[in-house]
Design a protein around this ligand. Structure first.
Ligand SMILES: [Zn+2]
Length: 488
């Protein structure tokens, strides 16, 4: 009922000139969110958007952008200042091709803004009055060393989160009547919350797995869910614990493992491990708290047969750009660069040119599934923030993960430990074997891993092969990098 009330209340005439920037933006959002609370066909939740021509996708982006920019300008002092600094007016950013004129928005800028304007910052268009009447939930980035960057998402956002995330789950083959075990605690993790509301909308049973691993195993055995929702690292830990408890995860009811929070399908050896451990399809979603909390990028079912797997971005909901990491200039179509998202799917956080910051290569050709949304080839497997600089060389932890997990004899847990010795960085990989091994086999594995790392990363690592159970098990997101280097 609440949903219907929101829609009825928001029906201003879009051609009228006397409506506010907020009313216009919400009306445009509602216009493109109509008839989205049930699947429109057997294959696609919203074929009008998912299979739209490239020209129509561009028209939708232009219409949404032209309504979003004045709203953001009017209600966000942070963005007003950015317009002023760039000597731009809102009318200068009316079409997708105008976006390049606007300076990229970074996490550092937001962090400075929130330090000056605690606790919310001014980078979102939600003020206290709007929040009091339409507030839904607060989500934040982790803020252990600084003020967290916080985002107030509204009750209208909740509706958008459900309808647009359902499209992704439907593309994975999730259907009404399925059941999902969601492995999470009660945390501000946008992926789990958007997924939860989408599953509710889709009439999929949710089994909240906010309990210890042993209970989760019992729940799989007892309720026989077809879907497991977890981080990739945790899905492997759960499978191992299950084996030790005498259950075979590969013979369980789980038919699809849906991952978020860490790269999954983009790391081929991790993908193979999860698929083999569960004897199930691996799907993953990609987004961020700031600009893509829902309506995420996703793997489609038909595309799983392709190697490498690719990830669709939902282009009627966000404008995606790929830019050079140093200059932030657009790369040529099909080139590799960093991701930027302009969020056209939110009342609470419609960010403009937000630097999500993963390396990606986009393909704009039609997918085998029939969708016309662009795809990130090989998924997203390296956020620039996670990149390590070791002795002047760049290294992504996901590259080490890919190599380590390519060895059958190694277990699922490993760590990269960085320390300082004299004036030099030391780079150690600590890795568990799958089973207890003798000294000579450990020595041989160590030599093989060292050679593989040198070959692919051009860095000389130290290797410590340790017994199973030595490293702390992953309970949610894995902590792979321990950086104890001294800043000289
Ligand atoms: Zn596809």
């Amino acid at each position: 009922m609440a949903v219907r009330k929101i829609k009825r209340a928001r029906k201003p005439n879009l051609r009228a000139t006397n409506i506010s920037a907020r009313e216009r933006w919400l009306a445009v959002l509602a216009k493109f969110n109509r008839n989205m609370d049930a699947p429109a066909s057997k294959r696609y939740w919203a074929p009008d958007f998912e299979c739209a021509s490239r020209g129509r996708i561009r028209d939708i982006q232009n219409e949404k952008l032209a309504a979003m920019v004045p709203y953001l300008y009017e209600h966000s002092p942070f963005y007003r200042a950015k317009f002023k600094d760039a000597r731009l007016r809102p009318s200068d950013i009316a079409k997708v091709e105008d976006l390049a004129k606007f300076p990229v928005t970074t996490k550092d800028e937001m962090a400075r803004d929130v330090s000056a304007h605690r606790p919310w910052g001014t980078y979102t268009p939600i003020d206290d009055a709007r929040w009091r009447d339409h507030g839904w939930m607060v989500f934040s980035t982790s803020g252990t060393t600084a003020t967290p960057r916080s985002f107030r998402y509204t009750s209208f956002d909740r509706e958008l989160w459900a309808t647009t995330s359902a499209r992704a789950l439907y593309a994975m083959g999730v259907r009404a009547g399925d059941a999902a075990l969601t492995c999470t605690n009660y945390s501000p993790h946008v992926f789990f919350w958007s997924l939860h509301h989408a599953l509710n909308l889709m009439k999929v049973t949710v089994i909240p797995g906010g309990v210890p691993t042993e209970r989760r195993i019992q729940m799989i055995d007892l309720y026989r869910p077809a879907l497991l929702v977890a981080t990739p690292s945790y899905s492997l830990h759960l499978a191992n614990t299950m084996r030790h408890a005498g259950f075979d995860p590969g013979a369980s009811s789980i038919a699809k493992v849906i991952c978020g929070g860490e790269p999954a399908s983009g790391v081929a050896s991790t993908r193979a491990r999860i698929e083999q451990a569960w004897n199930a399809e691996l799907h993953d979603v990609y987004g961020c708290t700031e600009a893509v909390p829902a309506g995420w990028a996703f793997t489609c079912r038909e595309g799983l047969a392709r190697d490498p797997v690719s990830t669709h971005v939902q282009e009627d909901l966000q404008i995606w750009e790929v830019v050079d990491p140093d200059t932030f200039e657009p790369v040529a179509p099909g080139g590799r660069g960093l991701t930027i998202a302009t969020n056209l799917n939110s009342e609470g956080s419609p960010q403009l040119r937000f630097l999500v910051g993963d390396f990606a290569t986009f393909d704009y050709g039609k997918c085998v599934c029939g969708r016309t949304f662009a795809r990130a080839i090989g998924g997203f497997n390296g956020r620039a923030d996670d990149m390590l600089s070791i002795r002047g060389l760049k290294l992504f932890p996901s590259v080490v993960e890919e190599i380590v997990r390519g060895f059958d004899a190694f277990g699922d847990e490993f760590q990269i430990v960085l320390e300082t010795e004299g004036v030099l960085d030391t780079f150690t990989i600590v890795v568990e074997t799958r089973a207890v091994t003798d000294g000579s086999l450990a020595g041989q594995l160590s030599a093989e891993l060292e050679a593989a790392i040198i070959r692919q990363c051009e860095l000389h690592p130290r290797i410590r092969v340790v017994a199973p159970g030595t490293l702390p098990p992953t309970e949610f997101k894995a902590r792979r990098v321990i950086d104890r280097r001294v800043v000289l």
